[in-house]
Write a protein that binds this ligand. Structure first.
Ligand code: COA
Ligand code: AMP
Ligand code: ZN
Length: 435
C-alpha cells in the first residue's frame, strides 16, 4: 500500500484499462441481473444479454431503471441470489407506498466498505485515527456504511449516531476523535453547543477531518465548516440504491468528487431528452453498479444534477470527478439528512379530516441548521379559535409527519383560503435555504 492510495493500481488505472474493466464487469452484471425476476423478464423481452455490451458506450442499449421500478419490485424482485446469501438490507424513502430497498451479500458489504476505506484513506485517514460517525444508523446507509468502511480501514470507530450534541462533544473530547462524518447542516448546531458550553472545537478537540455529505451544500458552507472546526471538510456522495456513501468522494485537492469507476459506470444525460451529454455539461447522473452480487441496478436515474469535471485531477487518480450536486430533476428535498417528497406530506395531511386541500412547506436555514414549517389550511367547518383543540391537532399532525418523513416539522394551522396561490395553482414548497 503506498502512502497516498488505498489501492494504487486500481485508483490510477489508465483510462483504457479502466474502461476494459468496466466492460467486463458490466457484462458480468448483466449476466447476474438476468437471474432476477425484474431484469430477467425485462431484458428477456428486449433480447439483452451480456453480448449486448462490447464497449462502454453500449450501456446506452439498456433501458433506464427508475426508483418506481425498485419500489414495484420490492422486496425481492431484483434479487439474483438465494435469500440465504443476503446478509443485510437498507432502504430509502419512496414517494408513497413501498420504499426502495437494497439487499447485500457478504461480498456486497465488503466491496462497499472497501470503497469507503479507499475514500477516507485518500484524504489522509489512517488506522491511527479515531472516527466518530454522527450519521443516523438503522436503515440510513450513512450509519453502518461509514462504520464498516472505517473499520475496514482500521480506525477506532465511535458509532455515536445522530442527535444528542452534548454527548457527541463528550465522546469527541474523551476519546480524542480525529475525524467525523456528519450531514453538513448539523455542524452549525453542533458548533453552537460547543460555544454554549464554553468550548471551541478548534482548541478543545483533536478534529482534523470531517466527511460531509448526504445533502446538497455549497463551497461557502464547506469553508465555513472548516473555519468553525479548524478541520478539513471533504464532500462525500452516495445513495442507498448504489449501496450508500462511498460512490464518490473528494480527494485532498477538494475540487470535485472522484466517482469510483471500477464499481460504478457513470453517465450524464439530459433529463428531458434522455440523451447523453458531453463531459462538462450539467445534467442528470445515471449510475450502474458494476460490483454488486445480490442486486445489480443498471442505468439508474439518480435524479441528481451534476457534471463531469473533464480535466484530470492532480492527485493522479484516473477515476473521473463529479462536481458538487447542483439540484434534482424531481421534487425531492433533503432536510436534516432525510429525503422528503412533498407528496408524502400531502398524503399524511389528507388523512387528517380537519385539514383542507391546501398546504405549504417552507424550508429555511439559520446558523444552527435547517428548519421546516408546514402550514395547512383547515376545512371551513373545522376552523376554530379553541386554542387547546388546535394545539392537540397540531401535535397529532406533527407526530404523524415525523413517522413518515423522520424529521419533526413545525406545524401551523391556518384559515381556509389564506395560503398564497399563483395562477390558481397552489405552491407546495418554498425553499429559502442558502446552502
Ligand atoms: N444529524 C445529526 N444530528 C442531528 C441532525 C442531523 N442531521 N439534525 C438534528 N440533529 C440533532 C439535533 O441537534 C438534536 O440534538 P441536540 O438538541 O442535542 O443538539 C437532535 O438531533 C434532535 O433534533 P430535532 O431537530 O429536534 O429532531 P427531529 O425530530 O427533527 O429529528 C433526527 C432529527 C436527527 C432524528 C433526524 O433528522 C435524523 O435521523 N437525521 C439524520 C439523517 C442522516 O443521518 N442522514 C444521512 C443518511 S446517509
Ligand atoms: P439516501 O439514499 O437517503 O442516502 O439519499 C441519497 C441522496 O442524497 C442522493 O440522491 C442525493 O440527492 C443526496 N446526496 C447524497 N450525497 C450528497 C452530496 N454529497 N451532495 C449533495 N447531495 C447528496
Ligand atoms: Zn483527485
Amino acid at each position: 500500500m503506498s502512502n497516498t492510495y488505498w489501492q494504487e493500481e486500481l485508483e490510477t488505472l489508465p483510462r483504457r484499462q479502466l474502461e476494459e474493466l468496466q466492460v467486463k464487469k458490466l457484462r458480468d452484471s448483466i449476466a447476474r441481473a438476468l437471474i432476477s425476476p425484474y431484469y430477467g423478464k425485462l431484458y428477456g423481452e428486449l433480447g439483452i444479454t451480456p453480448d449486448t455490451i462490447q464497449c462502454v458506450e453500449d450501456i446506452r442499449k439498456l433501458p433506464f431503471t427508475v426508483k418506481d421500478d425498485l419500489r414495484s419490485s420490492y422486496p425481492y424482485g431484483m434479487l439474483t441470489c438465494p435469500k440465504d446469501d443476503i446478509v443485510r438490507m437498507h432502504c430509502t424513502s419512496g414517494t408513497t407506498g413501498n420504499p426502495a430497498a437494497v439487499l447485500y451479500t457478504r461480498h456486497d458489504l465488503a466491496s462497499w466498505a472497501n470503497l469507503l476505506a479507499r475514500s477516507m484513506y485518500a484524504v489522509g485517514t489512517r488506522p491511527s485515527d479515531i472516527f466518530q460517525n454522527m450519521s443516523g444508523y438503522g436503515l440510513f446507509t450513512g450509519g453502518l456504511g461509514f462504520q464498516n468502511g472505517a473499520e475496514a480501514l482500521g480506525c477506532m470507530t465511535i458509532p455515536a449516531a445522530a442527535g444528542n450534541s452534548i454527548r457527541q462533544i463528550k465522546l469527541m473530547r474523551d476519546f480524542g476523535t480525529t475525524c467525523a462524518h456528519s450531514v453538513p447542516s448539523y455542524l452549525g448546531r453542533l458548533h453552537a453547543v460547543f460555544v454554549e458550553n464554553g468550548l471551541d472545537p478548534r482548541k478543545d478537540t483533536q478534529l482534523k477531518r470531517l466527511f460531509i455529505g448526504a445533502e446538497p451544500h455549497s463551497e461557502e458552507t464547506r469553508l465555513r465548516i472548516e473555519e468553525l472546526f479548524g478541520a478539513k471538510a471533504y464532500n462525500s456522495f452516495g445513495m442507498t440504491e448504489m449501496n450508500g456513501p462511498g460512490v464518490a468522494f473528494e480527494c485532498v485537492c477538494q475540487k470535485g468528487m472522484h466517482l469510483w469507476e471500477d464499481c460504478y459506470l457513470l453517465e450524464i444525460i439530459d433529463p428531458e431528452t434522455l440523451e447523453p451529454l458531453p463531459d462538462g455539461e450539467v445534467g442528470e447522473m445515471v449510475l450502474t453498479t458494476l460490483d454488486r452480487e445480490a442486486m445489480p441496478i443498471l442505468r439508474y436515474r439518480t435524479r441528481d444534477l451534476t457534471r463531469i469535471i473533464p480535466e484530470p485531477c492532480p492527485c493522479g487518480r484516473t477515476h473521473r470527478r463529479i462536481d458538487r450536486i447542483k439540484g434534482r430533476s424531481d421534487d425531492m428535498f433533503i432536510i436534516k439528512g432525510c429525503n422528503v417528497f412533498p407528496i408524502q406530506i400531502e398524503r399524511i395531511l389528507m388523512q387528517v379530516p380537519e385539514v383542507g386541500s391546501d398546504y405549504l412547506i417552507t424550508l429555511d436555514s439559520n446558523a444552527e441548521g435547517d428548519t421546516m414549517l408546514v402550514q395547512a389550511e383547515l376545512q371551513p367547518t373545522m376552523f376554530t379559535d379553541d386554542y387547546k383543540q388546535l394545539e392537540a391537532l397540531r401535535k397529532r399532525i406533527a407526530l404523524k409527519l415525523k413517522d413518515e418523513i423522520l424529521v419533526t416539522p413545525a406545524i401551523q394551522l391556518v384559515p381556509p383560503g389564506s395560503l398564497p396561490r399563483s395562477d390558481g395553482k397552489a405552491k407546495r414548497v418554498v425553499d429559502n435555504r442558502k446552502n
